[in-house]
Design a protein around this ligand. Structure first.
Ligand code: FAD
Length: 385
């Protein structure tokens, strides 16, 4: 099966071989232990820092490799082929560093980038709240100035935060700003770690912030919330909330690469099994009921690759990123489900990994924007044209 990206240059091909070998040796042997809760996911992720695979696209001075987005996605593909929770967790851990760079705050906050790239600290990003999922304009988390006007005070709640229950460095978005918050600061509380259908090993947290004091240097940006004529603070979408949208295309293509890599592996397992399994005195691959399923799976995989490559080559086009995410994440789930069908009863057991693939990729139709929200973005693009 073809890898996701075509036309790679020699440098990209060399990087692909390097990370493919690393992931086969350093991730694959631990997948079952992570799945069964016998090993922590960060026992696999932290050593990647030594190889500079956590901050691949970050500057070398901070412990990165200064590589391109394409390299970053090649690595995402290689990791997720073995373990989707490792792929997702690694990507979320470095997220605060991307915002520090984007807001040009490296002078004061560069120390966080370095510790995240090196795997010394674990990061996470906090957008979602109990009352604000798809509709982030309902966010209640807020930053207010303290009496001396020297610090900001953070209050609010965030849920479904990948790495949230164990992270050291958090980027927390509020209605009127975003700050880098340390989990050891007074007032940061982990309420719960969720049990998940798939992606076992992921530390998905629900967090509460009770009067957390934020030093000025940790503020990425802050804006007073506008008031109406009666002096009441205005609701709805703020500048802070709109500013998040600029990061969403990269997030959506990254998630799509991760999930499509799992779909490739599911197809490979299904092809191998269908060749070997005999019923009615024939290999089941000789029944069109099976081989036509493979035809569909491979066609959807190839169509997903094409759309995804187009979205990556036009990374600022949110409309294309939404289309790629919708198509790839829906079809990756269908591909994994069909792989279970091809394996029959044994596919439904943990003797083969396809049931895990289906449980893992299912999240991707929800996280990073649901299928329905992707459709909303796409139709908006259609009617605007
Ligand atoms: C495993 C996991 C990891 C996650 N990691 C993170 C993370 O690291 N950081 C973070 O901030 N968040 C994270 N999330 C949150 C994730 O992004 C949200 O779950 C997602 O955006 C959906 O929000 P919601 O769950 O509140 O669903 P809701 O927004 O309540 O949606 C419920 C249903 O209503 C539909 N719906 C909503 N609005 C519309 C509409 N206008 N038209 C049609 N249908 C609509 C949705 O599509 C969905 O089907 C994670 C979630 C999970 C499960």
């Amino acid at each position: 099966m073809n890898r996701i990206f075509s036309n790679l240059d020699q440098n990209e091909l060399d990087f692909q071989s390097e990370v493919t070998e690393y992931c086969a040796n350093e991730i694959e042997p631990h997948v079952e232990n992570i799945e069964q809760g016998k090993m922590d996911i960060f026992d696999v992720i932290k050593p990647m820092g030594k190889k500079r695979y956590i901050g691949t696209s970050y500057p070398e001075e901070y412990g990165g490799l200064n590589k391109s987005l394409k390299h970053e996605l090649i690595l995402d593909e290689a990791i997720s082929y073995h373990s989707l929770p490792v792929g997702l967790s690694r990507w979320c851990s470095i997220y605060p560093a991307s915002l520090i760079l984007n807001f040009n705050k490296t002078e004061k906050l560069g120390k966080y980038i370095e510790s995240l790239c090196k795997g010394e600290k674990i990061g996470c990003f906090c957008f979602t709240e109990p009352d604000a999922g798809s509709d982030l304009s309902r966010m209640k988390t807020i930053y207010e100035k303290d009496e001396a006007n020297s610090e900001l005070i953070l209050n609010g709640e965030k849920r479904f935060i990948t790495n949230g229950s164990i992270a050291d460095v958090l980027v927390v978005y509020g209605r009127n700003g975003a700050c880098i918050v340390e989990s050891k600061w007074q007032g940061v509380e982990v309420i719960e770690e969720y049990q998940l259908m798939g992606l076992h090993g992921l530390h998905l947290g629900h967090l509460k912030f009770n009067n957390v004091h934020i030093p000025q240097e940790n503020v990425l940006f802050y804006q007073e919330i506008a008031t109406d004529s009666t002096g009441k603070k205005k609701g709805g979408k703020t500048l802070a909330i709109s500013s998040m949208q600029q990061f969403l295309s990269v997030e959506r293509v990254t998630l799509s690469v991760q999930t499509l890599s799992v779909a490739r592996r599911a197809i490979e397992v299904a092809i191998d099994y269908s060749r070997e399994r005999e019923q009615f005195k024939k290999s089941i691959s000789e029944f069109e009921g099976i081989s036509f399923k493979i035809a569909h799976m491979v066609t959807n995989y190839e169509a997903g690759r094409a759309l995804l490559e187009k979205a990556v080559n036009n990374i600022n086009d949110g409309y294309l990123a939404a289309m790629a995410k919708l198509f790839v994440c829906q079809n990756s789930y269908k591909i994994c489900d069909e792989a279970i069908q091809i394996l029959g009863g044994i596919g439904y057991t943990n003797k083969y990994p396809v049931e895990r693939y289906a449980r893992d990729v299912r999240l991707y139709r929800i996280g990073g924007g649901t299928d329905e929200i992707m459709q909303y973005i796409i139709q908006k693009g259609v009617y605007r044209k």
